[in-house]
Write a protein that binds this ligand. Structure first.
Ligand SMILES: Nc1ncnc2c1ncn2[C@@H]1O[C@H](COP(=O)(O)OP(=O)(O)OP(=O)(O)O)[C@@H](O)[C@H]1O
Ligand SMILES: [Mg+2]
Length: 336
């Protein structure tokens, strides 16, 4: 699917905004704070269902009482989202829903400047990053994740209780074990798929022989529901003392290896950028393999962060996708 136009009302600093995407690459140009990332955010809401950075009340233009986003595609489809300060409504092909229906979601590859720090960021940032990607690969992943998170929240609430019995946790343990084991298997397999591609793609970007690998780090090893349940039960005393769940896939991490050493600390700035670029290319290529859809590429102000070789690579790799770029400086063929 190709986006034809975007219209915004009372969205962040935009009272009224519209953009026609005349061809497959669009450039949103403007100074800091003029509302470029907000346009990508609006596209993300109408393709993925929610913002990548905030809640609807943060997004609603201050001093106004509703926002509206409209996205028209070249095939004639139109998606609309409105928010009245309390409720969000999606209108997709004239049907109103509270959430964007799964069948109306469309994959996007989002590239934010902060992604360039992914390797040295906190484990929770890396988990969120990969969760967002894996949720696009598989709706089952996305559903299991939200069920896991709900169960974890409930279990942690109970753990704050001073007179807690093991039995009180049982039903939550069962849910955590079921969805936790599923998510563990998904993550293990998806990371393996990334690893099959990453070194080759890195060579395409960096033109050398460095070897890249992502290690999936988890408490769980070859986990089944039963083993997971057993581990949760074993951690009862510790968890009651701590007041939260100390075992499980909510503590996972992804460690980037550069020539068999932790990339955080050994890879240079440029090498780190190439690894992140490789991640984006793999994301797009796995989306295509799994869903037979060409994702829309949203590049938020990342050109200024990349050197000429890497900019070229980015453009070349996504030449068959719709690409929407934001930038503070004019981008021409000359400075690509
Ligand atoms: N709810 C809101 N109501 C009004 N203005 C808002 C709201 N939320 C954010 N803003 C403002 O909207 C502006 C646009 O933010 P946005 O992040 O889209 O800008 P940007 O063009 O991407 O900036 P930069 O180049 O610095 O990344 C900012 O000045 C921000 O302070
Ligand atoms: Mg921005």
């Amino acid at each position: 699917m190709i986006i034809k136009s975007i219209k915004l009302t009372n969205f962040r600093n935009h009272s009224q905004y519209s953009l026609e995407c005349n061809n497959e690459t669009s450039l949103i140009l403007g100074e800091n704070g003029c509302g470029k990332t907000s346009v990508l955010e609006a596209i993300y809401i109408l393709t993925r269902g929610k913002s990548f950075r905030a809640t609807d009340s943060d997004i609603l233009k201050r001093g106004t009482n509703f926002y509206r986003i409209e996205l028209e595609f070249t095939n004639g489809y139109k998606n609309i989202a409105t928010y009245d300060g309390k409720n969000k409504t999606f209108i997709v092909q004239d049907k109103k829903t509270k959430r964007l229906p799964k069948k109306n979601k469309y994959p996007v590859v989002l590239f934010l400047p902060s992604d360039l720090n992914l390797i040295s960021h906190s484990p929770s940032r890396r988990r969120d990053y990969f969760d967002r990607i894996f949720s696009q690969f598989s709706e089952t992943y996305s559903t299991s994740l939200s069920k896991y998170e709900k169960a974890l929240k409930q279990r942690n609430e109970l753990l704050k209780n001073d007179f807690l019995t093991k039995e009180a946790l049982f039903s939550w343990n069962i849910l955590l074990a079921k969805y936790g084991a599923d998510l563990y298997n998904f993550r293990k397999n998806f990371i393996q798929e990334f690893n099959h591609k990453i070194t080759n793609i890195y060579h395409f970007i960096a033109d050398n022989n460095d070897e890249i690998e992502i290690t999936y780090k988890t408490d769980a090893t070859d986990m089944t529901d039963n083993k997971y349940l057993h581990q949760l039960e074993q951690s009862f005393d510790k968890d009651s003392y701590l007041g939260h769940t100390s075992f499980g896939i909510h503590r996972d991490d992804y460690i980037f290896q550069f020539n068999h050493e932790a990339a955080d600390g050994s890879a240079s700035r440029g090498e780190t950028r190439s690894i992140i670029l490789a991640l984006k290319f793999i994301e797009a290529s796995l989306i295509y393999e799994k869903l037979q859809l060409k994702p829309i590429i949203l590049l938020d102000d990342v050109f200024s962060e990349l050197d000429e070789t890497r900019r070229h690579c980015l453009v070349k790799n996504f030449k068959d996708n719709q690409v929407i770029i934001t930038s503070v400086e004019m981008i021409t063929e000359h400075n690509l």
